[in-house]
Write a protein that binds this ligand. Structure first.
Ligand SMILES: [Fe+2]
Length: 415
């Protein structure tokens, strides 16, 4: 499978926990940052103690009162006139621009300025004004309560004083920043991670569906192979009326030996397939010899023995199951080298043939024939033990004896 189901579940579980923690952290951060007071005081003098407003009035009608990278507060003293010559009262008009240079919207802004004693607020615009004890407070109106990022607001007022120019004793600017969650890089990093996890989930799901179809196809193919080879085995066994079900039983014993030897699943399956066809050469033996009820002559025995070479020839071009001809050709070899058709011995005999040799002999001894009864398990165990290292591979005999003792063999009902 593309990925282990448990591993994938753990990956998703951890990912969504992380995303949840990140989301909670971001929301908390945004709430905290949105409520934070950014600036509280801006004195009306610069770092050299110079009165910026007075200087500005002398040189230019507009002066930058205070600014930093987040905002600027520009005061324009636009007009001064003598209102009442007798009482020496001057009228002074200020137009003020409050600009938001930060990347966030500014909320709940308010500005307080202290005017010279005895000043009088004459008129104002674009703000909510109060003037109490020489303190001028400017509050937002509904339409300018938020200063959007990169925008500014303007407001103004006219003050009556007894001097032809004045500056505010102090100025306090307060505002809160409205932080939006989508303005934070971490938010987009989290979204990218979430998207990556969902995409990976989608890819895994699609791959899983494809693999499932492939797996179903593989199971179907395997069933076709299995049933085809079993059919062949029945055809082979039908040739020899004394040995009904022989090939099927031998293949079951051989498969179990292979399993107990610790071979891989693929190797076990191959041993099973090869064992099913181990006697295929009997197709080339005349029925009257194969089914002769009495003792065989030497000539007839030689003809029957040819079934191994015939089987080898039949299967030599069968390439989709590796070494399938080995089972047919070598299953009558003996471990001591006295078998046929090639006289191979010990490990020179292919493993699958050594396995089939033991399974084949066990089935021959444990099946009844019309001319004799099935041999007892005690007799068979004795035969196998005595012939270990002679006819049979002793390691394989060990597994066959184990199968007899734990009741796996002989199998019943396979015909
Ligand atoms: Fe045989």
């Amino acid at each position: 499978m593309f990925i282990k189901r448990k591993g994938w579940f753990v990956f998703n579980f951890i990912s969504f926990i992380l995303i949840g923690v990140l989301a909670a952290g971001l929301l908390f951060y945004v709430k905290d940052q949105s409520a934070r007071l950014l600036y509280t005081v801006c004195p009306n003098v610069n770092s050299e103690g110079e009165d910026l407003l007075v200087t500005a009035r002398q040189e230019t009608p507009s002066a930058q009162y205070v600014s930093n990278e987040d905002f600027s507060f520009d005061v324009a003293l636009t007009k001064v006139w003598l209102e009442d010559e007798r009482k020496n009262i001057y009228g002074t008009q200020y137009d003020i621009t409050f600009a938001n240079h930060s990347g966030s919207d500014l909320e709940n802004w308010r500005i307080r300025m202290t005017a010279p004693p005895g000043s009088l607020l004459d008129s104002y615009w674009s703000g909510g004004f109060t003037f109490v004890d020489d303190v001028l407070s400017v509050l937002p109106l509904d339409y300018n309560s938020t200063i959007m990022a990169g925008k500014d607001i303007t407001f103004g007022f006219i003050m009556m004083t007894q001097m032809d120019s004045f500056h505010f004793a102090d100025c306090t600017i307060e505002f809160y920043r409205e932080v939006k969650i989508w303005q934070l890089p971490l938010f987009w990093a989290g979204m990218a991670y979430l998207a990556a996890v969902l995409l990976a989930d989608l890819v895994t799901f699609v791959t899983y569906i494809h693999l499932r179809k492939y797996r179903q196809r593989q199971i179907q193919d395997r069933r076709i192979i299995n049933e085809s080879l079993q059919t062949f085995a029945r055809i082979i066994d039908a040739k020899d009326e004394y040995t009904k079900g022989h090939s099927l039983r031998v293949s079951l014993y051989a498969r179990e030996i292979a399993r107990r030897m610790g071979l891989s699943e693929e190797e076990i399956l191959n041993v099973y397939y090869i064992a099913l066809l181990h006697d295929i050469g009997k197709i080339g033996i005349p029925d009257n010899i194969l089914n002769k009820p009495g003792a065989l002559t030497g000539e007839e025995r030689n003809i029957i023995n040819q079934h191994v070479t015939i089987g080898g020839r039949i299967l030599k071009d069968f390439s989709s199951i590796p070494n399938i001809a080995d089972g047919a050709l070598y299953h009558h070899e003996r471990y001591d080298g006295k078998g046929y058709a090639c006289g191979l011995s010990a490990d020179a005999i292919p493993l699958v043939a050594r396995i089939i040799c033991v399974a084949d002999s066990f089935d021959a001894m444990s099946s009844a024939r019309c001319y004799r009864k099935a041999m007892t398990m005690d007799y068979i165990e004795k035969e196998l033990t005595e012939n270990a290292g002679l006819q049979f591979d002793p390691d394989i005999v060990k597994y066959m004896l184990e199968m007899i003792r734990d009741g796996f063999a002989p199998v019943s009902g396979v015909t």
